[in-house]
Design a protein around this ligand. Sequence first.
Ligand code: GLN
Length: 480
Amino acid sequence: MKIHEMTYSEIEANVSKGLIKPDEVLDAFYNRIARVEDKVKAFIKIYEREEQFGTTPRVIAIKDNMLIKGKKTTCASKILRNFVAPYDATVIKKLKENSFYIIGKTNMDEFAMGSSTENSAFFPTHNPWSLSKVPGGSSGGSAAAVAAGECPLALGSDTGGSIRQPAAFCGVVGFKPTYGLVSRYGLVAFGSSLDQIGGFGRSVEDVAKLSNIISGKENLDSTSLDYSMGDFTKLLSRPIKGLKLALPKEFISDALDNAIKGKITKIIKMLESEGVVVEEVSMKTIDYAVSIYYIIAPAEASSNLSRYDGVRYGLSKSDASLKHQYMKTRDAGFGTEVKRRIMIGTFTLSAGYYEAYFEKAQRARAKLIKEFNDIFSKYDFIIGPTTPTVAFGIGEKVENPLQMYLQDIYTIPANLTGIPSISLPIGTAEGLPIGMQIMGNRFKDAEVLNLAYAIERMANFDYTGGMKKLDKELGDKYGK
Ligand code: GLN
């Protein structure tokens, strides 16, 4: 097996046995990037090869909304195009302490707003499985980089599905831990009560190991939790017999693609044959999750993004009048989707409409949390699809924001409730990957990873599928 096709765990095992030299690992990923990146365009910035700080080359890519001291953090926005981070995000600090080699910063929807990475102010990223398709978003660059063999691991952020949806589209594993377990310090804020950093990898074991490294209390972050998870990998191979799973009816509605429904049903049959109980339940508030999210997330975004005023950070369009300086800077610096969110958020938070929208959405959110708590008092997990469809075409949904928002109908509830959720690939439809989602109660992260690990074994998905398709596509041009 080629190094760029290996999982992080396989690379580590080979290096520790002396079968591969650390240097060869870096060579493999830099060579792979040189070969495929023109087509995939997963990265906003690929760092020059430097001397590594450790002996084990643990290669990782970072979504370009996390700060790395002395390097640019653009958030794929013109307003931050030349912004150089003055400090390391907590996750970056932890990666550096653990001898990780950061290979580059990945493309994303501007300020993490979007589901296709087409809202990047720079360029769209292509899905390695089919270059005319989107990789999903907003962490589409991270997902595509892992799927294309450009790095074994990547970090993303998930506010409404931005790790899990691109993971599903690109045929990799994406995990959003319990809100608060990974510090948001140094992550550019979008919706602060929803944002969570998490990992992408080519196996459940890999993302579990990565979670161990990036999690932990950060005193500089008031929403970071002290709760000690122990070890995310500790339950991976625990037997799953006797577990009780809930499948919400609302998840298998007409909106769901038949091929996805079929694959989920197949996995459910396999689970049942191993002594797992799966029951259909009704969770009525789920139908309101997208509406709740598109009030709360823009409200928080409008507040968070008020700091980009042409004075403190990034782009500045000067004007004799301060007000005009704000207006000119923000008009030139923000893209259409970001402006749309700021306007919606400003409206729902305004004195005249606060009660009708923001407050009502918060009440509905509380109701959703209660509904999830009720289900978790009877079931260990909630399962379902990650996305209603497989990856769609580049350009297909850009004109229709509402269609784009509906991409997240299955992923948003986990953000609104703060629970851990994973997407893992379980098969393909018409050559494109299908993701399955598992949600557990707060702090049941290791348990979620346990079930995911078991399902990964049942699905037996080929994580190198996207790389092979890409190789085939490039074959003629570059030779073998
Ligand atoms: N697609 C959702 C949005 O546009 C979620 C984005 C995210 O999780 N960052 O808001």
